[in-house]
Design a protein around this ligand. Structure first.
Ligand SMILES: Nc1ncnc2c1ncn2[C@@H]1O[C@H](COP(=O)(O)OP(=O)(O)OP(=O)(O)O)[C@@H](O)[C@H]1O
Ligand SMILES: [Mg+2]
Length: 314
């Protein structure tokens, strides 16, 4: 049992059209997914653009409404509850966005940006507050000078680290990081991820890393959720997913990981083409007649795969 359990979560957005602006259809952005979060573990949520990853993150922290399903925090149902009724959930779950520049108020100094959660959740003296902000800056490798600067005075990598510091300021248990490094150069990506990994033990943090790239999260994650069109096609441990992938969609994502090794480049290209071919050929087996992902089924131990019902198994 995790400290957060998400059960059969659905988020459907109405599509309105016509003269009367009636709801004519729905976008099934998230359509029946289960997640759980245990202390100190790192989870990956991976899928292509538009598969519903950000919607899951935003719904967990309460930026979007769940159409159905439950978000259970320490046994308490916090689904669609107003912030004031969610108790410590608000401080225990924080989110970092891809583009920190737009999520920071450009007119605020770094001191005020990082101190905001402290001001929201704890009443401390200005001295104590400054001490905590300095400690957070130190954790992310910035110095006191940063306090009086503004967001635009920092590089992309530094800004993402400031985003990490702000998320940490409330001492959360779970940080949802939505593509936290995808706007950064490869070398800076590694730097930010390393910081996040390093502080994990110190702060007893769990992470949900959202990415469209299985390569980026490979070394971070203990468990993965592979998502396609609002549903999970496969979930399991790092070993299950990277060493024993079963769903054609997972295999295709794996084959898309870019290789920096020039010797294997030709081999990689062949692997990618083979995965693409398998994907095209086996679509009718792995998706139902409407192109919908099947329900997850236990495959082996921790490993679950969305496979069709077999005969007699109803
Ligand atoms: N507020 C909204 N109203 C209507 N449709 C929405 C809304 N937000 C998201 N969607 C739709 O829901 C689906 C999932 O969007 P979401 O942003 O969760 O995808 P994503 O996996 O995060 O994609 P990306 O990798 O591009 O960030 C998309 O089809 C999107 O167009
Ligand atoms: Mg997104």
């Amino acid at each position: 049992m995790g400290f957060i359990e998400v059960k059969d979560l659905k988020v459907h957005y109405p599509i309105r059209s016509g003269f009367f602006n009636r709801v004519t259809d729905y976008v099934y952005a998230v359509d029946g997914v289960d997640l759980h979060f245990e202390e100190g573990k790192t989870y990956g949520l991976v899928g292509e653009s538009g598969s519903g990853k950000s919607t899951i993150g935003k719904t967990i922290i309460g930026l979007e409404r769940a159409t159905a399903g439950e978000i259970i925090y320490e046994g308490q149902n916090v689904t669609n509850k107003p912030r004031r009724k969610k108790g410590s959930f608000n401080r225990d779950v924080q989110m970092i966005f891809q583009d920190s520049l737009s999520s920071f108020n450009p007119k605020k100094r770094i001191l005020d940006i990082i101190a905001e959660p402290i001001r929201n959740f704890d009443r401390v003296s200005p001295d104590e507050e400054k001490k905590r902000v300095l400690q957070l800056l130190d954790t992310i490798g910035l110095t006191e000078e940063a306090l009086v600067k503004y967001p635009h005075e920092f590089s992309g990598g530094q800004r993402q680290r400031i985003g990490v510091a702000r998320a940490l300021a409330s001492n959360p248990r779970l940080i949802i990081a939505d593509e936290p490094v995808s706007a950064l150069d490869l070398s800076v990506q590694a730097q930010v991820l390393n910081y996040m990994k390093r502080i994990q033990d110190e702060y007893k943090l769990s992470y949900l890393f959202i990415s469209h790239d299985l390569g980026v999260v490979q070394h971070m994650c203990d468990e993965l959720y592979i998502m396609y069109r609002g549903r999970f096609v496969e979930t399991g441990t790092k070993e299950d997913i990277y060493d024993h992938p079963q769903h054609i969609y997972t295999k295709r994502l794996l084959s898309a990981i870019p290789s920096i090794d020039p010797i294997n480049r030709k081999q990689n290209k062949e692997r990618r083409l083979a995965a693409e071919k398998e994907y095209l050929e086996k679509q009718s087996v792995f998706y139902d007649a409407n192109g919908r992902v099947f329900d997850l089924k236990a495959f082996a131990g921790t490993h679950q795969v969305a496979l069709p019902d077999t005969k007699g198994d109803n």
